[in-house]
Design a binder for this molecule. Structure first.
Ligand code: SAH
Length: 222
């Protein structure tokens, strides 16, 4: 009986995940690797039980400590934007719940290894546990300040920042490999520009792809 119930829950969540994938397609997500990752990663395990029934709505949700798990559309958009250029080693700043990390870890050959940094020790510990339980072996975790990047492991082919600094952190630009791409929301508290920085030879090219709303990238760790 218990087993039957578990199978039932698994199928329900797969159906709701497939519906989420369809919504993301309607909103313009086209990368099949990203959509396949969204279909595979169970978002409800990254959210407190009290809110788990809303896991497959396309909205941001609170994860405690004033932080949020990003809206699936934004996770998909940022990942798709990153993948257009980057293959290989990816740095994520702002692990939070670990949902975006899990999406990156399910992109198959597109991404070889993920390095993720979070300033709140409680959140990085839980993300490590969840991703470990899911069997993600290609992720390294760091409790640290994302403004500094991860110089010992750089340069990176891709960097994605899931909290907003007021201006682009120089350390992150300097840790971009040739041909690498940084995707980062830049701006104040209310609304930010989602910016893409490409390292082309010795120059950096920048453009704005959208307007978004993220929690701020804060200084220092806790
Ligand atoms: N990608 C996450 C989004 C989490 S919200 C998810 O899908 O769940 C942004 C996260 O950035 C928060 O957990 C916050 O604590 C973290 N953060 C803020 N400033 C930071 C900094 N300087 N270095 C590392 N992480 C930071």
């Amino acid at each position: 009986m218990a087993r039957f119930d578990l199978v039932g829950i698994g199928m329900t969540s797969q159906r709701t995940r497939n519906r989420l994938v369809e919504r993301l397609r309607e909103k313009g997500v086209t990368d099949e690797d990203v959509l396949a990752a969204v279909a595979r990663v169970p978002r409800h395990i990254f959210i407190d039980e009290a809110l788990a029934h809303r896991a497959y709505e396309d909205t941001a949700l609170p994860i405690g400590h004033g932080q949020t798990i990003s809206q699936p559309f934004i996770v998909a958009l940022m990942t798709q934007t990153l993948l257009t250029e980057c293959r290989g080693r990816v740095l994520e700043v702002g692990t939070g719940s670990g949902y975006q990390t899990a999406i990156l870890a399910h992109l198959g050959e597109s991404v070889q290894k993920i390095f993720t940094i979070e300033r709140l020790s409680h959140l990085i510990d839980r993300a490590r546990e969840r991703l470990g339980a899911m069997g993600c072996r290609n992720v390294r975790y760091r409790h640290g300040d994302g403004y500094q990047g991860w110089p010992e492991e750089g340069p990176f082919d891709g960097i994605v920042v899931t909290a907003a600094p007021p201006t682009v952190p120089e350390a992150l630009l300097s840790q971009l490999a040739p041909g690498g791409r940084l995707v980062v929301p830049v701006g104040g508290d209310e609304v930010q520009e989602l910016k893409v920085y490409d390292r082309v030879d010795d120059a950096i090219e920048v453009r704005t792809v959208d307007h978004v709303r993220f929690v701020p990238l804060l200084k220092g760790i806790r």
